[in-house]
Design a binder for this molecule. Sequence first.
Ligand code: PLP
Length: 434
Amino acid sequence: MRRKIVHVGAKQLTYEIRQIVSVANRIAGFGREIKWENIGDPIEKGAVIEPWMKEIVTGLAAQDQSYRYTDSQGEPATRKFLSELINSRPGANAGADDIIFFNGLGDAVAKIFGFLKREARIIGPSPAYSTHSSAEAAHSGYDHLTYKLDPENQWLPDLDDLRNKVKYNDSIAGILLINPDNPTGIVYSRELLKQIVDIAAEHDLFIIADETYCNVVFPGVEFTYINEVIGNVPAISMKSVSKEYPWPGARCGWLEVYNRGRDEEFNTFILSLINAKRLEVCSTTLPQLSIPPIMGDPRYPEHLRKQSEIYAGRAAEAFSVMSGIDGVKVIMPQGALYFTVMFEDGVLNENQKLEIAEDDIRTYIEEITKGMALDKRFVYYLLGAEGICVVPLTGFCSDLKGFRFTLLESDDRKRMDIYSSIAESVRKFLASGQ
Ligand SMILES: Cc1ncc(COP(=O)(O)O)c(C=O)c1O
């Protein structure tokens, strides 16, 4: 090429959750059935949409008006509905104009980091959800800046680490948190959120709170929305229908902006996101239209309650199968759709293996695992030996070794078989190569 055309951050665009799919497909090509435990799509794993929700969506699909463009920021009636919902809680308010729709939060994340000044950095948790960490890294051209979630303290954020990094790196403009968290499933307490808000206030930063899983919180766990504790600090909350209805294929997520008027620079940044959306005309109309009738339906809270109870039950199953294995650490999640297993320091080495009966699969796995991160090596052997596809923790922008699987398989027998096979494989893998 006459000119260099590759963006400085292009090499940062990695998404392990999906990258492993190409390896899994190769293994499927050798005749192995794959059990997909990598991707957080409840529908793929047998979740059934409530019939009353389908009726609402079907009814909308029958109306010509559902096929039009809508406002660039999103359907006005839906934004009004959501704004009333937000303002019914104590805390910072958001008007209809403080809500911006996107084609899924994936689109929102790309816009946020795409239009953030290159020198302005957002510090996020590690382990990280790859969409955020990759987008932030690609925007800056450097590795993503992170604060530690501490497995020795229930995966809670290490606030000293966060405080120090914020204090000594003045390129940091904002703090990202994910609550409930993906991949750890931890839910932040009100007190903890307040402390993070205090750090932001002290250093004149804004907050991005990814609240995708705010309605997937396990029974007995108290959830605090960021706007309840945000005070005067500028903030963005991210929400989505993907995991709630659940309707990930709707590609329908939105930002709720708080305290926009309190900082001119922040407000201008938000306007740039709205203008960016204008260039695309708008996000998909029909899923937005479904929000008031579905979320406003008296059956919706019960649907969310039942759904969270199911995931909590599966988390407890996973916990009972995975805990007690020598060499690994597990923490019972409090929300979201995932379970993370961490290998203790020093238990992994490059000689560990799982038996793979098929020559072609074994040769392929032996070849691709050479020199690989040690948790990823386990993940690939698990894929080769059992056809179970999980995601290595090092793929979540983390130095910790481990892996994440989902709580989504809705066939009870199949799920228990998968969890038992994973546990058995961990035991065998750690016992090998000694
Ligand atoms: C923490 C988190 N944020 C955002 C998303 C993206 O959601 P969407 O389907 O709205 O793009 C996901 C999807 O798994 C997620 O886990």
